[in-house]
Design a protein around this ligand. Structure first.
Ligand code: NAD
Length: 327
């Protein structure tokens, strides 16, 4: 009989893609989210609209489930996480979801949990030099994340590990580094850098201008969704608990990212730098541990994923413009 799995956050970007991947592998999938997926129909065998902060909802969705992929979080890009305005809700909502899922999941007999942590839990002091950020898994302590979102991720990593030690459940923890791709938030304030820049480029006329927060010299790496899912599934099936980075090692500046997208779009654009929420100065995935422990790491070039993502966002922008002119 097919294994019964639950995907929390199935109405979100990574969760939506994960449901599809798990279905293609033959799992029976229940998805849960507080909202329906904005851009795609769910492939889940059962999709439950529910709030995972509510214990009665969590108790219900855990019934008959062997494995849980816990992706639900109060989450967004720099404009949401670093403004300071959402700190209390981010910590309260995400911690409550994780506390509920572990306790009620274990009581319902769930055997294994995947938890999506984030590179945002790494200490700021190791990410001040844009050319040499340090994000090896063992550099997490002394802890000093630069956002409350990162602190909650660190707390919840520890919560999952504590449940594993004290209650005998199995746990797998990944620290995602900037995952991007089609079917993700691309406007509205929660979008992350690749989607926001794709939107700005799609909306700009050839020869026009786009805005970038900061001087654009801050560095990051970006991982395409398909490779993220490959890492998640390999980690889940391995005997390695983690926490382990799932990210790309192809580090670029935000200026380079914008230039690559403009090039994909075939547009000549000027970049104007404005002030805005930024996050750490440099960040890159360090994939030595994932290579050692599960004998795999992401390998596809950034440009390849950006081409697919740009095409999707360009189409979204066109559709939005058409519906604006016809309404
Ligand atoms: P997302 O915002 O698209 O998905 C999260 C989903 O959780 C949303 O659909 C949201 O509605 C749902 N959710 C929030 N509160 C809920 C609640 N109370 N009850 C039920 N559902 C609720 O984000 P994503 O990019 O798909 O991220 C998935 C996970 O991966 C998150 O835990 C995030 O912190 C982590 N992560 C993502 C990235 C990235 O680059 N996308 C990087 C690091 C970590």
């Amino acid at each position: 009989m097919a294994k019964h799995v639950l995907v929390n956050g199935a109405g979100g970007f990574i969760g939506g893609h994960l449901v599809k991947r798990l279905k293609s592998e033959g799992f029976w999938v229940r998805g849960v989210d507080i909202k329906r997926h904005e851009f795609a129909e769910s492939y889940a065998d059962e999709f439950i609209l529910g709030d995972l902060r509510d214990p009665s909802v969590v108790r219900e969705v855990m019934q008959g489930i062997e494995q849980v992929y816990q992706l639900a979080a109060d989450m967004g890009g720099a404009g949401y996480i670093f403004s300071g305005e959402h700190d209390a809700v981010v910590m309260h909502n995400s911690a409550t979801i994780n506390l509920n899922c572990l306790e009620l999941g274990r009581l319902a007999g769930v055997q294994k949990f995947f938890y999506s942590s984030s590179a945002c839990m790494y200490p700021e002091y190791n990410q001040l030099d844009p050319d040499n950020p340090k994000c090896s898994e063992d550099s997490a302590y002394p802890a000093a994340p630069d956002s409350e979102y990162g602190w909650e991720k660190l707390f919840s990593e520890r919560l999952y590990l504590a449940y594993m030690r004290n209650h005998g459940i199995q746990v797998r923890i990944a620290r995602f580094h900037n995952i991007f791709g089609p079917n993700g938030t691309w406007r509205g304030g929660r979008e992350k850098a690749p989607a926001a820049l794709c939107r700005k480029v799609a909306e700009a006329a050839d020869g026009g201008e786009i805005e970038i927060w900061g001087d654009g010299k801050q560095t990051r790496s970006f991982l395409y969704i398909d490779e993220c899912l490959e890492g998640v599934r390999r980690l889940m099936d391995s005997d390695f608990t983690g926490p382990v980075n799932i990210g790309s090692e192809e580090m670029v500046t935000i200026n380079q990212l914008a230039e690559m997208i403009a090039d994909i779009a075939g547009k000549k654009l000027t970049i104007r730098h404005i002030s805005g929420p930024l996050g750490v100065r440099g960040r890159n995935s360090d994939n030595r541990l994932i290579r050692e422990k599960i004998r795999w790491s992401p390998s596809r070039p950034l440009r390849e994923g950006l081409e697919r993502t740009y095409r999707w966002i360009d189409a979204q922008v066109t559709t939005a413009q058409v519906s604006l002119t016809t309404s």
